[in-house]
Design a binder for this molecule. Structure first.
Ligand code: UDP
Length: 243
């Protein structure tokens, strides 16, 4: 008997991938293995007809805060961080196109020789055409994070679900690597995450999500098929954050 293909529970999603997630075991830069894995995971959900947008960080290359700690002007450091997200976005675009999907990068900072500018209407058009969209350069402003950029873009494109891919399978009461008694939350409200300072995302991102009723799932991106399972309605993976 033929199995029916799984039906997606969401029409349009926004996935936030940190820079650190892209470096794998390398310690710096971009791991080709991670890129291939990510592209294949994305293909599985694009093939279901889900519209996919990504926001990528740059912790694998530069973070403004770290550069400022070393003495650099913070705004210059943040600009370097934002440009580093463009590098990551180009790598993701390349990996996605190599497996036969269409992809576009839109940057919040104008850098027209390498990618498009962020234009909301154009972004939505790309998504409707089945292209994977990679949002780069964060919000385009210093002193923000790519988590805040992800919240912003999720709201702007009316994503049904925002996902945050991490190295841990959800949000815990404490850091599970340091505290063996830490337990995972199945569900959490934004106010609880804010009050308990759980470090899911920065406060700006959490407040933006709360005020605009974004549904967020934090999950372990290293787990094969996790994305497909979540998109087809499996609620047992990771932690759901809601209003
Ligand atoms: N950044 C910024 N404005 C933004 C988003 C990012 O200035 O709207 C800079 C900031 O310096 C940040 C760096 O880009 O440290 C990389 O982003 P992030 O730290 O969020 O990356 P991730 O932790 O997700 O890898």
């Amino acid at each position: 008997m033929n199995q029916q293909p799984a039906k997606p529970a969401y029409k349009r999603i926004l996935l936030k991938i940190s820079g650190e997630a892209l470096m794998g075991d390398l310690g710096f830069g971009i791991s080709p293995d991670v890129m291939t894995f990510l592209a294949n995971e994305l293909k599985e959900i694009v093939d279901l007809g889900v519209q996919v947008a990504l926001v990528v960080g740059a912790g694998n290359i530069f973070r403004g805060e770290g550069l400022a700690r070393g003495g650099m002007d913070r705004v210059t450091g943040d600009q370097m961080g934002m440009l580093a997200t463009v590098i990551n976005a180009l790598a993701i675009q390349d990996a996605i196109e190599r497996i036969g999907l269409e992809a576009r990068v839109q940057s919040a900072i104008r850098i027209n020789e390498v990618c498009e500018d962020f234009i909301r209407r154009k972004a939505i058009r790309h998504l409707e055409k089945g292209r994977v969209l990679v949002f780069a350069a964060g919000t385009g402003n210093p002193f923000f994070t790519t988590d805040s950029a992800a919240a912003l873009r999720a709201i702007e494109i009316s994503a049904d679900l925002m996902l945050k891919a991490t190295k841990v399978d959800g949000i815990y009461t404490a850091d599970p690597k340091k505290d063996p008694t830490a337990t995972r939350y199945d569900e959490l409200t934004y106010d609880e995450a804010l009050d308990r300072r759980l470090g899911v995302m920065d406060q700006t991102a959490l407040v933006l999500c709360r005020d605009h009723k974004v549904r967020l799932r934090v999950y372990d991106m290293d787990r094969p098929k996790a994305l497909h399972r979540i998109i087809t309605g499996d609620t047992s993976l990771g932690t759901l954050v809601r209003v």
